[in-house]
Design a protein around this ligand. Structure first.
Ligand code: FES
Length: 249
């Protein structure tokens, strides 16, 4: 589908917050927390689409949170309101939605925070206010934290101690001492593997959203394959969210 750029905001740390809206009075398809979209970044003159988590979504606005790391994601910063952009959405399997009354801990590292706002907002609709532990190198963007605080009890964690808890998410008391029915995590693989080790030790039910490199997003190119307990599986079609017992961590 072709969407129109509504806004492109630059956040602290170089993150791009992008809003996309359908043409006229069209509506966006239903998207679930943890699913992702593929974006054709024509301005970057690259052949392949790029995958991005769904940061937030209504039937009229799709929000993405992008860390510019390469030509395509950097080019997204040059889009202006009114520009057209081609998007394939939604793709993949998202997070399990915990039943009403559950205690849920969400952990996001860096731009891995992206899918957790929409997940928390959806959980709010079930009467659940999750705890979010958000790990960053240094003090994160205030507007982003304000959005997260609307839907969750936000615990910030910084490597340099400039805001919140001084240390890594794996050291945060919410994880080491808290008691939850479900833990859901997105971030760098090293971080998630360390979280998984702690969660397993505590017998915590957990899910992890993998950030493997992707090209087609449709299960055709096999560049996103991950070794799981049931063999090699495509992160784009079998994930990106996997249950703890599916990962040999
Ligand atoms: S991205 Fe092509 S198979 Fe997953």
């Amino acid at each position: 589908m072709t969407l129109r750029v509504d806004f492109v905001n630059r956040l602290k740390g170089g993150l791009l917050h992008i809003g996309l809206t359908p043409e006229g009075d069209e509506r966006l398809p239903e998207m679930l927390p943890g699913q992702f979209v593929e974006v054709a970044v024509d301005k970057a003159h690259v052949l392949l689409n790029r995958p991005f988590s769904i940061f937030n979504c209504t039937d009229r606005l799709l929000e993405l949170l992008v860390k510019p790391l390469g030509r395509a994601s950097e080019a997204l910063g040059s889009y202006e309101p009114g520009d057209s952009i081609r998007v394939i959405a939604p793709l993949g399997h998202g997070f399990t939605l915990a039943p009403e009354g559950s205690r849920v801990l969400l952990i996001g590292g860096g731009v891995g925070i992206a899918p957790l706002l929409y997940l928390a907002r959806t959980l709010n609709g079930r009467g659940i206010r999750p705890v979010i532990v958000y790990g960053e190198r240094t003090v994160p963007d205030a507007a982003l934290c304000a959005r997260l605080s609307e839907v969750a009890d936000l615990q910030i964690c910084t490597d340099d101690g400039s805001a919140g808890f001084h240390g890594f998410v794996t050291q945060h008391p919410a994880l080491t001492e808290g008691s939850y029915d479900l833990l859901q995590v997105c971030g760098p693989a090293v971080m998630m593997k360390n979280v998984a080790r702690i969660a397993r030790g505590k017998g915590l039910d957990a899910e992890y959203s993998l950030e493997n490199k992707m090209a087609c997003g449709l299960g055709a190119c096999l560049c996103c394959v991950e070794n799981t307990t049931t063999g090699n599986r495509c992160v784009c079609t079998d994930g990106p969210v996997f249950k703890a017992d599916e990962l040999p961590w």
